[in-house]
Design a protein around this ligand. Structure first.
Ligand code: LFR
Length: 480
């Protein structure tokens, strides 16, 4: 007898999808019900998410999925909608790549120095952290009128259920949560002028989040009641929950628009050394800490493809595989690559600035990006292991980049460690498994991981030596 599936709504920076998953303690099948574009829109006041298009895509997806046991939503982090006293959305949510937060951090640091912020929240500096977005919004008519703030998955959950909550893994990316307690960092909020009453009560992955409203059921062609279950609503937290690790000492890299590389820990690392290395302590499921570094990821290549009028990925990767290795590398962690536009030229300029040959062809630029990502992966994992004082025996690559064989192979070579690649749809799988656990269909975190390891197609890449070439390339990036 087929089981009624769970629906995972997983929103990424370039597309959203609704996935239907059937789960038993021994089986797990995931099928895509609907995929839709996520196209950021620039208006005179800045770069925004098209939140209504995303919501419409979700309703289409639920209709395509048919009867479901429960629904869960995850998306990228830090971004949010502001709502007025009647619960109406005030304007389109800003995109984290919008430039309005440029130079805002320095002002915030006048109230709370960066060392104090890190000691209290464990969150790495990124210009787009919600804390800085709120500082940039200070004094605007919109923030003045706001009576509540909902993170993107919480906003969509509110529209589906009529109930407001703040999911913890995503809330940790605001830089307003204390990772030791999983509660608000009241002192940071008070000193930076953030009104914490804007936030709805905290919810944890697995908590109920309401039921689909009658008009939602109607639009999606469903018969109620359909519960919505809180998942790890930060996509990276869901992806880490689905890392198919059966070993104790593993590192992970969640690859997609970003590469998020690091370790799962029981407690945060809040040392000054860790802050200087720009490691973050975001929260994961079951009180775990996602100790990781943000690396620009396949964004570098996606942006090049956009400049090259959507050049074919397979051709680019085939060409890159034939290029000389490690000819030029850039620092793939450099925030200079955060904003959209002109990426091939910016990469060429970074090579020039460090005295390396500029990539001349699309294949060479692609190779430069993949070599640079592999190097950044290597550095992040080595730094995480050192700063958290934990050995690493294997690296799991999950997310879209797990399909990129060249990237996985280069990462194994650079790290000098075996890489296990897959699943590509880790965020959706983590979303599903947290729902299935809440509804009694799967056991604890280890059982969730074993289920993924047993049921999903994984590819193993052994390192091929050549450590000295990677060491030499690392030295070139260190000087950039
Ligand atoms: C990945 C991700 C990262 C976060 C970035 C911005 O999709 O969620 O974890 O740092 O997007 O929100």
């Amino acid at each position: 007898m087929p089981h009624i599936p769970y629906a995972a709504i997983d929103l990424g920076a370039s597309s959203g999808r609704v996935m239907a998953a059937q789960v038993t303690p021994d089986t797990l099948t995931l099928t895509e019900s609907h995929r839709f574009a996520n196209r950021p829109v620039r208006t005179p006041d800045g770069l925004h998410w098209d939140i209504l298009a995303l919501y419409a895509g979700i309703l289409d997806g639920l209709r395509a999925a048919g009867p479901v046991r429960s629904v869960g939503i995850d998306s990228w982090a830090v971004d949010h909608g502001l709502l007025d006293a009647d619960g109406a959305l005030l304007g389109n949510p800003f995109h984290y790549r919008d430039s309005r937060t440029d130079q805002v951090a320095e002002k915030v640091w006048e109230s709370v120095p960066p060392a104090d912020l890190y000691a209290a929240t464990g969150i790495q500096y990124a210009p787009f952290n919600t804390l800085y977005q709120l500082a940039a919004a200070r004094g605007t008519a919109q923030l003045d009128a706001a009576r509540s703030l909902l993170m993107i998955p919480d906003l969509l959950t509110y529209w589906l259920t009529g109930q407001q909550g703040t999911e913890l893994t995503n809330a940790s990316t605001t830089q307003l949560i204390d990772p030791r307690t999983g509660d608000w960092a009241h002192d940071v909020a008070a000193r930076t002028g953030v009104d914490l009453t804007l936030f709805a009560p905290l919810r944890r992955p697995g908590d109920p989040a309401g039921e689909l409203l009658p008009h939602v059921l109607d639009e999606a062609g469903l018969t109620g009641p359909v519960p919505v279950t809180t998942v790890a609503s930060h996509d990276t937290a869901s992806a880490v929950a689905a890392v198919p690790a059966t070993e104790e000492h593993f590192a992970y890299i969640c690859t997609g628009t970003w590469s998020l590389a690091g370790l799962e820990l029981d407690a945060p690392v809040l040392t000054e050394e860790s802050r200087a290395a720009n490691f973050t302590n975001e929260l994961g499921i079951d009180g775990t800490v996602r100790y990781l570094r943000n690396i620009m990821g396949l964004w570098l290549l996606q942006e090049c493809q956009r400049t090259w009028r959507d050049a074919d990925l397979t051709e680019l990767l085939d060409g890159a595989a034939r290029c000389a290795p490690l000819r030029s590398v850039v620092d793939a962690g450099d925030p200079a690559f955060l904003a959209p536009g002109g990426m091939p030229d910016r990469i060429a300029a970074a090579c020039r600035a460090t005295g390396q040959p500029e990539p001349r062809t699309r294949a060479e630029t692609t190779r430069c990006i993949l070599d640079s990502l592999a190097l950044a992966h290597r550095r992040a994992i080595a730094d995480a292991a050192r700063l958290a004082d934990r050995p690493v025996d294997v690296v799991h690559i999950v997310g879209g980049g797990a399909r990129n064989a060249l990237l996985c192979r280069l990462t194994a070579d650079a790290c000098g460690l075996p890489v296990v690649a897959g699943p590509a749809e880790a965020a959706a799988l983590g979303n599903v498994l947290v729902q299935a656990r809440a509804h009694g269909d799967v056991g604890d975190r280890a059982a969730m991981r074993q289920l993924i390891a047993r049921t999903q197609r994984l590819t193993r890449y052994e390192p091929r030596g050549r450590r000295s070439e990677w060491d030499a390339a690392a030295a070139r990036v260190a000087t950039s």
